[in-house]
Write a protein that binds this ligand. Structure first.
Ligand SMILES: Nc1ncnc2c1ncn2[C@@H]1O[C@H](COP(=O)(O)OP(=O)(O)OP(=O)(O)O)[C@@H](O)[C@H]1O
Ligand SMILES: [Mg+2]
Length: 490
């Protein structure tokens, strides 16, 4: 019965079938022998036959009882089939998992791209606003000095002038941060010793952070120089340290760390704004309250703050973000609520050794002269202010509001020693193109640029051309005087 029911599963079918046939014949033989029991041959043979018959019944009964189990017993073939099925299931499951992972990666990448686009859009908006604001502030910061000078013997008016000056200073500070975020501040990167800069920063931070906060520095003895604007980097570290202080109102520990790191292809794949390569890392860590995961995406946005009104403007991290990006670096923030936060700045390594800053050799307070300066500036308010300032310094001035007017004056026979031009001017040319054209027509003409932010004409990827003199807006009249002299003597 087993062979008949499980014929397809049975191995060595012929042999097993033969054996089954033999067993059946033996069984029939035993049945036939039962009949012989009643035909006595010898009492011994009868007894043996009886015993055998009894055993046969026993065996048959047992086999019938086992038959259901035997029929469901898995054979090698069914096992193989089950195994194959299992393998197929595992394969499908792995493929599904890989697909889910790929989707997650794509989703994460898309989220990153969306975030980057958002930051770009906000950057353009803030950059534009900051640029115009800068022009206004240039006039205020410049003229308020004259006013303060005029009323210095009338204390009440002098204090008002001081107030205006302080407010304008604060405005200039905000605009600087905004320009930094929109990656449009003029940067002057140079090979910088990161360890020395961090040590200096730690010393300056000491009084600001207060007694309750411990500062620890862990500096890599072999840290490479970074190609970065050192004064902006100090500001970035200060912003991070202030955030750390605010996150640790009951005290804690601030750790400043430097290290050489290599960001590889894998890292670049996960962070699509990163170029793989060698970087110098500065990490600023605190043991403060941390940032909730839901806010992680927002902290770099300008004006995002969780601080009370008047306590934070939400520009600290945006400055850090814009500055590091503009310097071809990378920022990463890690935070564990209730445990602390680490911000890592990856700065590009410099090829050459760091240059030691040259000590300022005390220039004369106000440098005057009597040369002729051509001022090209489209904003009438700023132009009038600049002309007035330049005249006060003793120079003769000519002024134009766009490139066409500027070139017309250049073509006049009148003497011109210096072209002082805004970088972004109307008239079909930018300041750089105007200067090149002017130098063609008047070889040896000196040029000084001014700008609220830097554009490609003057700046490649946010860095100043080596041969360009630029006075960043807003500026004090002392800076204007100094830069005019520097340009004339260049
Ligand atoms: N180290 C930190 N620990 C906890 N939260 C932080 C930390 N750094 C930043 N944040 C969060 O990110 C927000 C934005 O920081 P950001 O420095 O840009 O602005 P701010 O500190 O609020 O203001 P500002 O720096 O302009 O005075 C903060 O309000 C805070 O919620
Ligand atoms: Mg801050």
């Amino acid at each position: 019965m087993f062979v008949w029911r499980r014929w397809r599963d049975v191995m060595f079918r012929i042999v097993v079938a033969g054996l089954a046939g033999y067993a059946a014949i033996c069984g029939v033989g035993r049945l036939v022998a039962l009949v012989g029991l009643w035909v006595p041959v010898s009492p011994v043979e009868t007894a043996v036959d009886a015993l055998q018959a009894l055993m046969s019944f026993g065996v048959i009964a047992t086999m019938l009882k086992m038959l259901p189990q035997l029929l469901v017993l898995p054979t090698r073939i069914t096992l193989q089939k089950a195994y194959d099925q299992l393998e197929e299931e595992i394969r499908q499951r792995r493929a599904a998992e890989a697909m889910v992972r790929r989707f997650q990666e794509i989703e994460a990448n898309e989220a990153q791209v969306r975030q980057a686009q958002k930051m770009e859009a906000i950057g353009q908006l803030t950059g534009g606003v900051a640029h115009d604001f800068n022009n206004i502030l240039t006039v205020i910061t410049g003229t308020i000095e004259i006013l303060a000078d005029a009323v210095k013997d009338r204390p009440q008016l002098a204090s008002i002038a001081n107030m205006i000056s302080a407010a304008a200073e604060r405005g200039a500070d905000l605009t600087r941060h905004l320009l930094a975020f929109s990656r449009r501040q003029p940067l002057q990167p140079r090979a910088t010793d990161i360890n020395a800069l961090v040590v200096d920063a730690a010393r300056l931070l000491r009084p600001t952070l207060g007694e309750q906060i411990e500062i620890e520095s862990m500096l890599a003895h072999d840290s490479a120089p970074a190609l970065i604007d050192p004064s902006q980097l100090s500001t970035a570290i200060l912003n991070l340290a202030l955030n750390a202080r605010d996150a640790m109102p009951d005290g804690g520990k601030l750790t400043l760390e430097t290290k050489n790191v290599v960001l590889d292809e894998d890292y670049a794949r996960l962070n699509n704004d990163v170029k793989p390569g060698n970087y110098v890392m500065i990490a600023v860590s605190d043991t403060g309250q941390g940032i909730p995961p839901a806010l992680m995406d927002k902290v770099f946005e300008p004006f995002f703050t969780t601080k009370d009104a008047g306590k934070g403007s939400g520009l600290g991290l945006s400055m850090v973000y814009g500055f590091v990006k503009q310097s071809n670096g990378h920022v990463k923030i890690y935070s564990e609520p209730d445990h602390g936060t680490t911000v890592k700045l990856y700065l590009p390594r410099a090829a050459e050794a760091p240059v030691l800053p040259v000590a300022d050799t005390g220039r004369p307070a106000v440098a005057r002269g009597d040369e002729t300066i051509l001022v090209v500036e489209d904003d009438a308010l700023v132009r009038d202010y600049v002309v007035a300032q330049v005249r006060r310094l003793g120079y003769r001035t000519l002024s134009a509001s766009n490139a066409v007017e500027g070139l017309a004056l250049i073509d006049n026979p009148e003497r011109i020693d210096l072209l002082f031009t805004d970088v972004i001017i109307p008239g079909g040319m930018n300041g750089r193109q105007l200067a090149l054209e002017a130098e063609k027509r008047r070889p040896g003409l000196k040029v000084l640029y001014t700008s609220g932010y830097t554009e490609n004409a003057i700046v490649h990827h946010g860095r100043l051309d080596a041969d360009v003199l630029l006075l960043a807006k807003p500026y004090l009249s002392a800076d204007l005087a100094r830069m005019i002299r520097t340009a004339l003597e260049a």
